[in-house]
Design a protein around this ligand. Structure first.
Ligand code: 3PG
Ligand code: MG
Length: 398
C-alpha cells in the first residue's frame, strides 16, 4: 500500500482545489453513455464542496491527440456531472489561459467548475512542465482521484502533483486499498481468474500473478494456448501457437512457486462463433478437429467453484468464454454468480477490474455483490502486472 495523503490531511475551506477525475465514459451517438465513472467521482467532489472548497475538475475525454475535437468536448458530460454532485457545474471552454482563470476566479466556496478536455493540448500527454505549471496556477491544492488514468504519466496526473500540495481522492484511495487487499496483503488462499483472448497481451500479468497467488485459473482464448502447449488437441480454436514456449514457461514458474495453474477440463464447442450456434459439451481431450472452443464447460465451472469455496480472496480479470455471444456467456456467468454468493456469505473478498470483466459481471447482474469492482481498464492491468503507476507514484512523498 503506497503512502500518500488523503482528503483527511488537507484544509480545503475557501481554497481552490484542482481535482483530477477520470470522466472518460463511453460515447454513443454523440451522447455520453454509462456514467459509472462520473458517479464514482462524485464522492470526492461532494466531500470537498461540503467542506467549502472551490472545486476545479480537470479531466480528459477520448484521444483527441492535442487538437480541439468538438465531439470530444467535456461539455458532453456536464449534465451527468451536475446530476452526480447535485448542483450546477460551471464550464470553462479551455483548461488553461484567461478563459479558465476567469471561470475559476468567479467560483465561491462550495461551487464547482469543469475545465475543457486536457488532451486538446498536446502538452498534457507530453507531461510538459510549463503546461503543468499553467494548470497548477489555477489552484491552491491538488487532488488526484483518477486511478483509472494513473498509468499515464501526463501533466495533470504526474508533474502537477509535485507543484502543489497533493493528496489522493476517495476513489483513488478506495481503489488502492481494495487492490492492495486483494494482491499485496491478501487473506489466503488467494485465487486469480484470468481470461480474455490472448496470452501475448497478458504475459507480464500472468508472470506477476503466478508468483503471488495460490491458484491461477486461466480461461477464455488464452487457455487454449496453454492447452495446445501441453499437447491437447484444440481443433480450430483461437490460440497463439507461437506462444507455446511462453505458456510452458509460465506453467513451470507456477509449479516451481507452488501456484496451482488451473485449466479447463471440459469445453463448449461449436463450428462458428455466432449467437445460438449448435453447441456440444466435450471433455477437453475430446475436442473435434473441426470445432472451436468457445466457453468452459459445466465440469470446469464446478471445478473452479469448488476451489473458490476454499479461497478467501479472488481477483478477476477477463471473461472465461466468448461472453458477448450467448450461449457462450454461460461459464463466465455461472462462476460470477458463485463468486457473488460466496462474497455475500462473507466467505470471499472478491475484486474485479478491466472493461470486459466489468461488462461480463454487469451482464450476470453481480456487480453490486462483488466486494469491489474497479473503474479502471488499462490501469488495473498495469497494476496486476506489478508496474508502478506514475499517477500513484507522484502522490507519494518524494
Ligand atoms: C481509460 O479510459 O482507460 C482511461 O481514461 C485512460 O484513457 P487512455 O487509455 O486514453 O489513456
Ligand atoms: Mg483505455
Amino acid at each position: 500500500m503506497p503512502r500518500f495523503r488523503t482528503l483527511d490531511d488537507l484544509d480545503v475551506a475557501g481554497k481552490r482545489v484542482l481535482v483530477r477525475c477520470d470522466l472518460n465514459v463511453p460515447v454513443k451517438n454523440g451522447k455520453a453513455g454509462d456514467a459509472t465513472r462520473i458517479d464514482r467521482s462524485a464522492t470526492t467532489l461532494k466531500e470537498l464542496l461540503g467542506k467549502r472548497a472551490k472545486v476545479v475538475v480537470l479531466a480528459h475525454f477520448g484521444r483527441p491527440d492535442g487538437k480541439v475535437v468538438p465531439g470530444m468536448s467535456l461539455r458532453l458530460v456536464l449534465d451527468a456531472l451536475a446530476a452526480a454532485v447535485g448542483r450546477p457545474v460551471a464550464f470553462a471552454a479551455d483548461c488553461i489561459g484567461p478563459e479558465a482563470a476567469s471561470v475559476v476566479g468567479r467560483l465561491a466556496p462550495g461551487e464547482i467548475a469543469l475545465l475543457e478536455n486536457l488532451r486538446f493540448h498536446a502538452a498534457e500527454e507530453a507531461n510538459d512542465p510549463a503546461f503543468a505549471q499553467e494548470l497548477a496556477a489555477l489552484g491552491d491544492l491538488y487532488v488526484n482521484d483518477a486511478f483509472s488514468a494513473a498509468h499515464r504519466a501526463h501533466a495533470s496526473t504526474a508533474t502537477i502533483a509535485r507543484l502543489l500540495p497533493a493528496a489522493a481522492g476517495r476513489l483513488m484511495q478506495a481503489e488502492l486499498e481494495h487492490l492492495g487487499r486483494a494482491l499485496e496483503q491478501p487473506q489466503r488462499p488467494v485465487a486469480a481468474l484470468v481470461g480474455g483472448a490472448k496470452v501475448s497481451t497478458k504475459l507480464d500479468l500472468l508472470s506477476n500473478l503466478v508468483a503471488k497467488v495460490d491458484i491461477l485459473v486461466v480461461g477464455g482464448g488464452m487457455a487454449n494456448t496453454f492447452l495446445a502447449a501441453r499437447g491437447v488437441e484444440i481443433g480450430r480454436s483461437l490460440a497463439e501457437r507461437d506462444m507455446a514456449a511462453t505458456a510452458s514457461g509460465i506453467a513451470a514458474k507456477a509449479k516451481g512457486g507452488g501456484c496451482d495453474l488451473v485449466l479447463p477440463i471440459d469445453a463448449v464447442v461449436a463450428d462458428k462463433l455466432a449467437a445460438g450456434a449448435a453447441t456440444a459439451t466435450v471433455a477437453i481431450d475430446a475436442v473435434p478437429a473441426d470445432r472451436l472452443i468457445l466457453d468452459i464447460g459445466p465440469r470446469s465451472v464446478a471445478d473452479i467453484v469448488d476451489r473458490l469455496a476454499f479461497c478467501r480472496t479472488l481477483l478477476w480479470n477477463g471473461p472465461l468464454g466468448a461472453f458477448e455471444t450467448p450461449p457462450f456467456d454461460a461459464g463466465t456467468r455461472a462462476v460470477a454468480l458463485a463468486a457473488a454468493k460466496l462474497t455475500r456469505e462473507g466467505r470471499l473478498l472478491s475484486v474485479a477490474g478491466g472493461g470486459d470483466t466489468v461488462a461480463a459481471l454487469a451482464q450476470a447482474g453481480v456487480v453490486e455483490d462483488f466486494s469491489y469492482v474497479s473503474t479502471a481498464g488499462g490501469a488495473f492491468l498495469e497494476w496486476l502486472e506489478g508496474k508502478t503507476l506514475p499517477g500513484v507514484a507522484a502522490l507519494e512523498p518524494a
